[in-house]
Design a protein around this ligand. Structure first.
Ligand SMILES: [Zn+2]
Length: 356
């Protein structure tokens, strides 16, 4: 690492005093914590000063100037880091937050989840620089767009050509008062309520989105998904079919993971009549679907997948699989969709070559 990290102790981490000279940081409710001794007021000032805005180098020199021995400062930082209490930001992460105290307060709550541990500096910046298109201002799509914006995704555009129906209203999405308004405008308002400064504009033709989320129930036969596959744009299904929330597959074109058409070929293998059924499902407008709890849990499950992809975390669980949320328990079940040898996406051949 060439750059000095910017240590952040989240404001939500408790700093509790046990006696005049003993302080406990975190360590409540089953999480790791650290007890510091001796710990006078200079130590608590140092802890509260770890707001991610100063580099470690500056923290050290300013703490020494305030009267703390350097080895105490270093031991304290190493101890916090060892207990997993510190989040190391990059300077670029800080510059990526919108200006103003309100945006900083909101970002302060999102940052620890985006930069979960040492070695993940820079993830907040990549999230802030990302652009996601949500196709379909549905009972899943609109709350999902709002969650992504609130989680720091820099640009979130919701695409939809329909008008809001009474059943489209959902917590975190379109409101009852939106009935009759264009769904795209109702969705934009929902995103603004959650995150006023997020860029909602459509992307210019020369910029491909980092991800497109397909929120209509049957997207595999949609020409849009074919175009995304051809353009190499990652895409994710997030919808409710009948009563079941479905997240995935997350398609990463050009990799060994399967595509939507691989899954269609698997369904056709299971039932030769599937293409005729699928054509009717994709052609009809099924209207709003899903109970509120199903829609919101589907939106949140999808958001976790989207953020994992944008942040460059480990491979998201929905790659080559669907996470299905079925009432009444809504516990996620994983359904795998291996690449199909007949599909022209090439995933099956790449997988075979990787295996050989
Ligand atoms: Zn395929």
């Amino acid at each position: 690492m060439t750059e000095s990290p910017h240590p952040l102790l989240p404001t939500a981490t408790p700093v509790l005093r046990l006696d005049d000279d003993l302080v406990q940081v975190g360590g409540v409710d089953g999480r790791a914590g650290l007890r510091l001794h001796p710990a006078g007021t200079e130590v608590t000032a140092l802890l509260r000063g770890l707001d991610g805005r100063r580099s470690e180098r500056t923290v050290r020199s300013e703490s020494v100037a305030a009267g703390l021995p350097l080895e105490v400062v270093d031991d304290l930082l190493a101890g916090l880091r060892g207990a997993g209490l510190l989040h190391d930001l990059a300077a670029a992460d800080l510059l990526a937050t919108d200006p103003g105290p309100a945006a900083a307060a909101r970002a302060g709550l999102e940052l620890p989840a985006a930069v979960p541990r040492a070695g993940t500096a820079g993830r907040w910046r990549s999230r802030r620089q990302s652009a996601v298109v949500v196709d379909g201002a549905t009972r899943v799509g609109t709350p999902l767009a709002a969650v992504l914006a609130a989680s720091g995704v820099g640009r979130v555009h919701v695409r939809d050509r329909g008008a809001t129906r009474a059943g489209d209203a959902v917590v975190g999405g379109a409101t009852a008062a939106d009935e009759g308004r264009p769904r795209a405008l109702a969705a934009a308002d929902a995103v603004r309520r959650a995150s006023p400064l997020t860029d909602l504009r459509p992307l210019p033709p020369e910029r491909a989105p980092d991800l497109v989320v397909l929120c209509h129930p049957w997207a595999a036969a949609d020409p849009l998904s074919v175009a995304l596959q051809r353009a190499g744009t990652p895409h994710l299904v997030a919808t409710v079919r009948e009563e079941t929330g479905v997240v995935g597959p997350l398609v990463l074109p050009g990799t060994t993971s399967s595509c939507l058409r691989c899954a269609e070929a698997r369904r056709r293998d299971d039932d030769p009549a599937w293409p005729r059924l699928a054509a009717q499902l994709a052609g009809a407008d099924p209207g709003p679907s899903g109970a509120t709890v199903t829609c919101l849990l589907t939106a949140l499950t999808a958001a976790v997948q989207v953020l994992a992809l944008l942040d460059g975390a480990d491979e998201p669980g929905a790659v080559g699989a669907t996470l299905e949320l079925r009432p009444p328990d809504l516990l996620p079940r994983v359904r795998r969709w291996p690449p199909h040898p007949d599909c022209d996406c090439g995933a099956a051949a790449r997988l075979a070559a990787a295996g050989a």
